[in-house]
Write a protein that binds this ligand. Structure first.
Ligand SMILES: Nc1ncnc2c1ncn2[C@@H]1O[C@H](COP(=O)(O)OP(=O)(O)OP(=O)(O)O)[C@@H](O)[C@H]1O
Ligand SMILES: [Mg+2]
Length: 212
């Protein structure tokens, strides 16, 4: 077991930006080079809170907008102990969506401000690196039609993109914007470069607290 902690690396982006594809490739490449790495994804639909979120996203259930926002946050908090344990054991945790998606999606709804949306996630483990996979809505549309789930409309996704732009102005978070319109392998090479330097930097630093 390594004596250094692992890094917390987050991939964010609008629907179809390639987050899941790139999380898998990143973890595989890190493991291949002898660096312990694992994927986590949010929402994690396997917990009891996650099952509730899943039924909301699949439109089987209605939930009040503030209540569902807090459930998304609770779903991250409930996985903090296992996330921290992995990181402390030297495993780099690669996360498919995190608090930034939570804040961007709810604040894209009528009547929500970004600050209120960020509050329940204040103090979560702070990512050492957040990569925003940037694609234009037109490019994302070429990657397939929107599915049947809630939030999967181009008007809503455009507002979500604007909220991400606002979140990226925060210099307390180590944001990197990745041109995700390139070929999958080229995007991967950009991601691996940023990740290796984040892993090295994280080794000598404690895990931070998000938005604190
Ligand atoms: N750079 C790329 N160029 C072309 N197609 C891509 C690229 N990256 C991913 N894709 C394809 O686009 C589709 C969506 O990719 P993926 O599921 O990784 O996106 P996502 O960001 O995880 O989406 P979601 O937000 O819906 O979970 C997949 O069919 C994938 O193979
Ligand atoms: Mg995905």
């Amino acid at each position: 077991m390594s004596c250094h902690r692992g890094a917390l690396i987050v991939l964010e982006g609008v629907d179809k930006a390639g987050k899941t594809t790139q999380c898998k490739k990143l973890v595989a490449a890190l493991q291949h080079s002898g660096r312990p790495a694992e994927v986590m994804r949010f929402p994690d639909r396997t917990t009891s809170i996650g099952l509730l979120i899943n039924s909301y996203l699949q439109k089987d259930r209605e939930l009040e907008d503030h209540a569902i926002h807090l459930l998304f946050s609770a779903n991250r908090w409930e996985l903090v102990p296992s996330m921290k344990k992995k990181i402390e054991q030297g495993v780099t945790v690669v996360v498919d969506r995190y608090a930034f998606s939570g804040a961007a999606f709810t604040s894209a709804k009528q009547g929500f401000c970004l600050d209120w949306c960020k509050t329940p996630d204040v103090g979560l483990p702070k990512p050492d690196l957040v990569m925003f996979l940037k694609v234009s809505p037109a490019e994302a549309a070429l990657r397939g039609q929107f599915g049947e789930e809630r939030y999967e409309t181009s008007v809503f996704q455009k507002t979500v993109q604007q909220r991400f732009e606002q979140l990226m102005k925060d210099p307390s978070v180590n944001w990197k914007v990745i041109d995700a319109s390139k070929q999958i392998q080229d995007v991967h090479e950009d991601i691996i470069g940023h990740s290796l330097s984040a892993i090295t930097t994280a080794q000598s630093q404690p895990i931070g607290e998000l938005w604190k």
